[in-house]
Design a protein around this ligand. Structure first.
Ligand code: BMP
Length: 240
């Protein structure tokens, strides 16, 4: 299994931070204003983060042309991960992936629970053809994830690996899944949400075996997102 290009950015920046940007447009705000309002902050955060994970609130508010515009200045400087958590039949996932690729993303997040045939298998093939890396969710970080999704963790990891995902999303809030994913998939790139606002301590997911920690609100809802990213990078160096 090839390493995700996210690791190259991590090594180069000496950072295991993936900053999650999930901020929607404000009421009455136009996409152009939004892009103008956030561009400098995103560029500043990108100096300290290996990756920027851009969420559905942003992509759905901006649409194709303005998301492309938002990403334009960031491409090549930071890994750009589209987190739309794909969970659909193959032809719809494929169409979405083509659009995300044309926006300028390097990778996409998809749920593994759709299974292989007619679902993640074809999404995996498409990701390789498009040059859009596939990360797959195999356990989630919120308490309710334990009710259904996380019960199928082993099956979900098998599906993700058979589909050829380069990376797995495993929760920082439940480090047992990080350790189990690392044992089952030693070469996969593990990324872990739940650090900061959801309670996991910076450094804890990496200590449990993850490659990257995903931090959203603790960066972008802070007074100074660039400083927050800088401090997180110092707590999350690529090599100690
Ligand atoms: P925050 O640090 O603000 O809690 O944001 C967490 C980020 O990680 C969000 O972008 C969310 O979509 C994502 N995420 C998560 O919180 N839990 C999961 O299990 C999977 C995720 O992708």
């Amino acid at each position: 299994m090839a390493r995700s290009a996210l690791c190259k950015h991590g090594e180069r920046k000496n950072s295991r931070l993936v900053a999650a940007f999930d901020v929607p447009l404000e009421e009455g705000e136009g996409p152009e204003e939004f892009v103008e309002r956030w561009s400098a902050t995103l560029a500043g955060v990108a100096e300290h983060a290996a990756g920027l994970k851009i969420g559905l609130p942003v992509i759905a508010s901006l649409g194709l042309p303005w998301t492309r515009e938002l990403l334009k200045g960031l491409r090549g400087k930071v890994y750009l991960l589209a987190d739309v958590k794909l969970a659909d039949v193959a032809h719809v996932s494929l169409a979405t992936m083509r659009t995300l690729k044309s926006m300028g993303f390097d990778g996409v997040v998809a749920h593994a629970f759709v299974g292989l045939a007619g679902g993640l298998l074809e999404a995996g093939e498409a990701s390789r053809k498009l040059g859009l890396e596939l990360f797959s969710v195999v356990a989630m970080s919120h308490p309710g994830a334990e009710e259904v999704l996380n019960k199928s963790f082993d099956l979900l990891v098998d599906v993700a690996l058979k589909a050829g995902a380069v990376g797995l999303v495993v929760p920082a809030t439940m480090p047992k899944y990080i350790a189990a994913a690392r044992a089952k998939a030693p070469e996969a790139t593990l990324i872990s949400p739940g650090v900061g606002a959801q309670g996991a301590r910076p450094g804890s997911a990496v200590a449990a075996g993850s490659d990257f920690e995903i931090v959203g609100r603790a960066v972008f809802a802070s007074e100074d997102p660039v400083r927050a990213a800088k401090e997180l990078r110092e707590a999350l160096p690529w090599s100690k």
